[in-house]
Design a binder for this molecule. Structure first.
Ligand code: HAM
Length: 465
């Protein structure tokens, strides 16, 4: 048993509803003894008691996506490393610092996916979806892996819900993606705002980059080390730096909207017109660039609306996305425009808590089946199946023999009826039915008990356990 003062012990005990402490650095791992086997840093277990909000979000997301004609896609957790190097970009934090990459037994370099869009576009090409009626609209729900520094809302394994529309340039696609991102969060009850920008295309962006580089060259001495390197390799990423000094420099930097070509400008205007028409609250943020290299034209992020005294909450996006018209060609050589969004589920659950948004409470079963003795247990299992066939939820604790503990659980569940089956009842073909509200109990024919209970319960419907 690890000592109580040990920070890792505290982490392993903390309920899911708390945040991971930014605990012990990797050096500590070296001293671990065998008995210390525990959760990896930045990873977490989702225990049965914490599944509620996640299941609620998944149901909501699936309903919304399906209504708007998105079909579910699942892609593997592991992909060729080159997929992400080419699509997300070699000079991004994700590829440079955060990928779980290793050489497999066949000698190939493979990586746990740090995001899902690249895999979806690979699948679109690999399965000839280009030949389907366009656009192809898909949604996904799955884990991503980034070796980032764990802190509140930042994990090394996290889950994303995402939507991707591939094969269409129309700005209505961008608007639909932003609309669904907004509706999803609004219907859950979260207050959010969208930050929107256009980062142009290969026609207009190079000119902007030149001006950006010229501006930052003059300030080079004041840039952080990472940004001095970015200046040479990926100047747009300078706008995304969180260092205070670099943030200050950004405020005077040239803005991409002034360099957009006619096509990009028109596209952006039309997206904004849709957002206005749909009353989606948004802020134009001309420095929004995103952390992945594949974007063209529209980019956006979804931020929580937070009180003034909690500005840090506004720095952690709940979701983000945009258009990626060049991504398919980079992956497969075939052109196919696209636009999508991914929303981080863990951040959503945290934000729901911060904004006191509760998922609707799930109703438990209204019936409990208690058993006394071996024969009753065996017959009880059969009876349970009869209830299941009728899609009626029934609480039970077949692992226990004591009637007292079974009745205590029934009481905790707040059921309306308890059915008690003993050896005598099994022999007589009856069962005791106790009305927990009125306190009345009666003997009912075992063969008729399902029908009787159904009659008694007003709605006679499913109550999921
Ligand atoms: P992203 O901005 O890298 O975009 O990630 C989207 C969301 O995933 C973030 O807003 C955040 O909620 C969540 N997320 C990212 N990293 C972590 C982390 N370490 N821990 C917890 N949550 C995290 C993408 O992944 C793009 N694929 C979005 C996209 C889809 N663009 C076009 N289509």
């Amino acid at each position: 048993m690890p000592k109580k003062g040990n920070k890792r012990w505290q982490q392993s005990r903390q309920p899911m509803s708390q945040e991971p402490h930014d605990i012990a650095d990797d050096g500590e791992k070296k001293n671990r003894s065998k008995k210390d086997i525990q959760l990896l840093r930045g990873f977490k277990d989702i225990l049965p008691a914490d599944q509620g909000p996640v299941q609620y979000l998944q149901t909501k997301a699936t309903e919304l996506a399906k209504f708007y004609g998105f079909g579910k896609i699942d892609t593997p957790l592991l992909e060729m490393t080159s997929l992400f190097r080419r699509s997300v970009g070699d000079v991004t934090d994700i590829v440079e610092k955060e990928m779980y990459t290793f050489t497999d037994a066949g000698g190939d370099s493979v990586s746990l996916r740090p995001e899902i869009t690249a895999s979806v576009v690979r699948a679109y090409n690999e399965h000839g979806m280009l030949n389907l009626p366009q656009p192809v609209k898909v949604f996904y729900w799955g884990s991503c892996f980034r070796y980032d520094r764990p802190q509140t809302g930042r994990y090394r394994q996290f889950n994303q819900f995402g939507l991707e529309t591939i094969g269409e340039m129309n700005p209505a696609v961008d608007a639909e993606i932003i609309l669904l991102s907004y509706l999803f969060l609004k219907e859950i009850g979260l207050k959010v705002e969208m930050q929107v920008n256009s980062i142009g295309c290969p026609n207009c962006r190079p000119e902007y980059k030149k001006n950006l580089i010229a501006y930052y060259r003059r300030k080079k001495r004041n840039l952080c080390g990472d940004c001095q390197r970015r200046l040479l390799k990926n100047p747009l990423r300078l706008l995304d730096c969180k260092e205070e000094g670099c943030q200050e420099l950004k405020s005077e930097a040239p803005q991409i909207v002034d360099w957009l070509c006619e096509e990009c400008k028109n596209h952006f205007m039309r997206v904004l017109e849709y957002l206005d028409a749909l009353s989606i609250p948004y802020n134009l943020n001309s420095f929004l660039v995103r952390g992945l290299d594949y974007y063209t034209k529209t980019v956006f992020e979804i931020l929580p609306v937070a009180p003034d005294d909690q500005p840090e909450r506004r720095q952690s996006a709940l979701g983000g996305g945009g258009r990626y018209d060049g991504l398919s060609a980079v992956i497969s050589g075939k052109e196919a425009p696209g636009c999508g969004v991914s929303i981080g589920i863990e951040r959503l659950v945290i934000e729901m808590r911060k904004q006191s948004v509760e998922p609707p409470a799930k109703k438990g079963p209204q019936v409990f089946l208690a058993q006394i003795g071996e024969q009753a247990k065996q017959r009880g299992f059969q009876l349970l199946e009869e209830f299941r066939k009728e899609k009626m939820a029934v609480g039970q604790m077949f692992a226990k023999d004591s009637l007292k503990s079974q009745l205590e659980l029934a009481d905790k569940m707040g059921v309306k009826y308890v059915l008690i089956l003993g050896q005598k009842e099994v022999l007589e073909g009856t069962i005791l039915m106790r009305d927990m509200e009125g306190g009345v109990q009666e003997n009912v024919d075992l063969d008729r008990v399902v029908t009787e209970i159904k009659k008694k319960l007003k709605d006679g419907k499913i109550r999921s356990v």
